[in-house]
Design a protein. Sequence first.
Length: 31
Amino acid sequence: MIFVIGPAGTGKTYTSVAIAVKSLKNKQVKD
C-alpha cells in the first residue's frame, strides 16, 4: 500500500500509479 502526501497538482496520483504499474510488470505483486 502506498500513501502519498502533498498539495494538489504535484503529481501524487501519477507517481503512485507509475510505481504500481512498474511493480505489476516486474511481478513484485501477488494477486
